[in-house]
Design a binder for this molecule. Structure first.
Ligand code: GDP
Ligand code: IMO
Ligand code: MG
Length: 424
């Protein structure tokens, strides 16, 4: 069957970029379906490391066509910068990157409104990436958004932008007491994108429809993570899109019946950037160790990521929503050197055991993790190429994940590079 899906099973930064880059060797198309430049997907080979925010992580495989689908919100400035970066590395982009004409745009006023709103929320702030994601999706759903296709007609763009900026200026000034934006300056900047973006724009849903008919293999690359999903995540501490499996269908126009492989990317422990409940968060030296050994700093914002033990209550919830057909466990090497390891297999709430993940943030704030303890291992596992190369304790850690989720672990990642992966 033609469509595979890569999904972050936790709060993002599970190592999706690495796995997409790895698997894209075997596919024809890699497509992003939601989110925007809030994503930071890292790809490593040799001694080089690249972070992609908008362009799909298949771009470094020359056989692959990359698609930015209708469900993505696109900051044209960020996108052109990224295209230049990739071209400067010597990769062909023209003819290999297609951008949906229906995708909505992120404009400077979206970032301004986000900044003002986060500031006004004070302690209740979401801790967003500041990329204008929320306000851009607000406009999309309020049916006042500006789309990629609008960039191609200067008169249309001028008309729509004028109306939009004037409306946003009212909000900025009257609600947030913030500075107004210069209508003409923004219009002058964005009308330039018509020729720059034109070569990439197409009806990507039709392109994908044809590709499916022709038997092409498609890999859909989720951004963020399932627990940041606007419907299924820890609302309101979520992003404004659908990183979960359903988002793939609406965000690309892929029928659900075409999807047969749903790969959940699971970091061997948990991290979270930004605010919101995190049951297994560690505030001790083990948490510090995970942050240090795992280099847990945001690939988009550089913020330190909060770290904690693996949470199987959350993972089982994520698996239920996404229907994972297999799991890919990443960053197992980061656990090396710890005396003992813990996995949260249940929650306790008001003294009662709870197996259900409560996505309600206020309940999640109150539950306590119930841990199962595992022996650690001291060996460096970053060179392992089969499961048998792993210490017994590491094998048992993976087996426990399979046993508790009922989903096969098909890949184990033991380092950031392509070669540091066990494929089973
Ligand atoms: P994404 O957003 O899910 O693509 O993940 P990020 O790129 O934001 O964060 C994952 C980080 O871990 C990146 O720096 C990767 O290079 C790195 N990484 C991925 N897999 C592994 C692994 O198995 N071991 C280690 N040590 N690092 C990894
Ligand atoms: P990748 O694709 C981790 C988090 C932000 C914040 C919340 C809302 O690299 O896994 P937003 O800017 O989206 O409105 O912020 O979501 N967030 C991410 N956390 N990885 C990401 O992407 C994220 N994208 C957004 O930190 O808590
Ligand atoms: Mg990331």
């Amino acid at each position: 069957m033609p469509v595979s899906l890569i999904i972050g099973s936790q709060w993002g930064d599970e190592g999706k970029g690495k796995i997409v880059d790895l698997i894209s060797e075997e596919v024809d198309i890699v497509a992003r379906y939601q989110g925007g430049a809030n994503a930071g997907h890292t790809i490593c080979w040799g001694d080089e490391e690249f972070v992609l925010h908008l362009v799909p992580s298949g771009i470094f495989r020359e056989n692959v066509t990359c698609i930015i689908g209708n469900g993505v919100v696109i900051d044209p400035v960020a996108m052109m910068e990224e295209i230049d970066m990739i071209k400067n590395l010597g990769y062909k982009v023209d003819g290999r990157l297609l951008v949906s004409h229906n995708a909505h745009l992120i404009m400077p006023y979206h970032k301004k409104i986000e900044e003002a709103r986060e500031k006004a929320l004070e302690k209740g702030a979401i801790g967003t990436t500041g990329r204008g994601i929320g306000p851009a999706y607000v406009d999309k759903f309020a049916r006042v958004g500006i789309r990629v296709v609008d960039l191609l007609d200067r008169d249309v763009l001028r008309r729509k932008l004028t109306v939009s900026i004037q409306a946003k200026n009212e909000i900025l000034e009257k609600v947030y007491g913030a500075e107004k934006l210069d209508v003409e300056a923004i219009i002058d900047e964005y009308v330039q994108f018509d020729q720059l973006i034109d070569p990439y724009v197409t009806d990507t849903a039709h392109y994908i429809g044809r590709a499916l008919r022709d038997g092409k293999r498609i890999l859909a690359e989720g951004a963020q993570g399932s627990l940041l999903d606007i419907d299924h995540g820890t609302y309101p501490f979520v992003t404004s899109s659908h990183p979960t499996a359903g988002g793939c269908s609406t965000g690309l126009g892929i029928p659900p019946t075409a999807i047969d492989r749903v790969i959940g990317i699971v970091k061997a422990y948990c991290t979270r950037v930004g605010n919101g409940p995190f049951v297994t968060e560690l505030f001790d030296e083990v948490g510090e160790h995970l942050g240090k050994a795992g280099a847990e700093f945001g690939a988009t914002t550089g913020r330190p990521r909060r770290c904690g033990w693996l949470d199987l209550v959350a993972l089982n919830y994520s698996s239920m929503i996404n229907g994972f057909t297999e799991l890919s466990v990443t960053k197992l090497d980061v656990l090396s050197g710890l005396d003992e390891l813990k996995i949260c297999a249940q929650y306790s709430f008001n003294g009662n055991i709870m197996d259900r993940f409560p996505s309600e943030a206020h309940i999640l704030e109150q539950v306590e993790p119930v841990y199962k303890t595992f022996p650690g291992w001291k060996e460096d596992i970053s060179g392992a190429s089969t499961m048998d190369d792993l210490p017994r304790a590491a094998q048992e850690y993976i087996s426990f994940i399979e046993q508790e989720t009922g989903v096969r672990v098909s890949m184990v990642s033991t380092g950031p590079k392509r070669s540091q992966t066990i494929q089973r």
